[in-house]
Ligand binder design. Sequence first.
Ligand code: ZN
Length: 221
Amino acid sequence: MKQNTLKSARYSPLFFIRCCVQYFVGWLLHNANRDIPFLAKSEFYELKTHLLKKYATKVGTDIQHIKKDCWSCDSTGVFKSDWKMPETCWSCLGTGVYEEFWTRLDKYKLGKWYFHSPVERMYKYEPLFDGEALPIIEGYIHHKAPKYRLGKECALWLFLLFDRKTFLKELGRTGSPTHKRTPLVIIGNAIFVFRHFDWRDYLPKKKPKYDFKYNKNKLPF
Ligand SMILES: [Zn+2]
């Protein structure tokens, strides 16, 4: 009986709508996630966490290891210079490592995409077990920005749908000189240009005059 109810729920229109919403939000988030530096970063990550909790399914946990080498001593731990004797590096206290930490990331699936959401930063490695110790992701996860400022477009749509205040703040705050092919980026760019419009730029300008007359005999060289 229970199984029958589940089966009918799977084919109900509401279930179908929910799947569509999940796919759409997942697609927006996937693109926006790859091109955030131009937009409100903290607001975006806040929204991302909120959307993942609301729409996505948690599928596991990963651990990310970040190790930053010390630049002051070229990660040797010894500071060398021309003007004093070599000494223990002050930046890393002789370890050669500027900073090292492990971040616990919750892994979510939304639509057909996977996302990570940081939960906790640890300065000492504590292995997490899921049957066996979880594998470690080394370094930061790099994303390739999508074409045509599609990332910015999707981020703007997410803000428009879920965070109207940030949307109004961000739309037109920065211009996009190239790849304007999507509606909100085009509108945002137009607002940016309108805001920075100065009619004085369009007045005929006086040519600056330079006086090059000089007496050859009076030059100091
Ligand atoms: Zn150092």
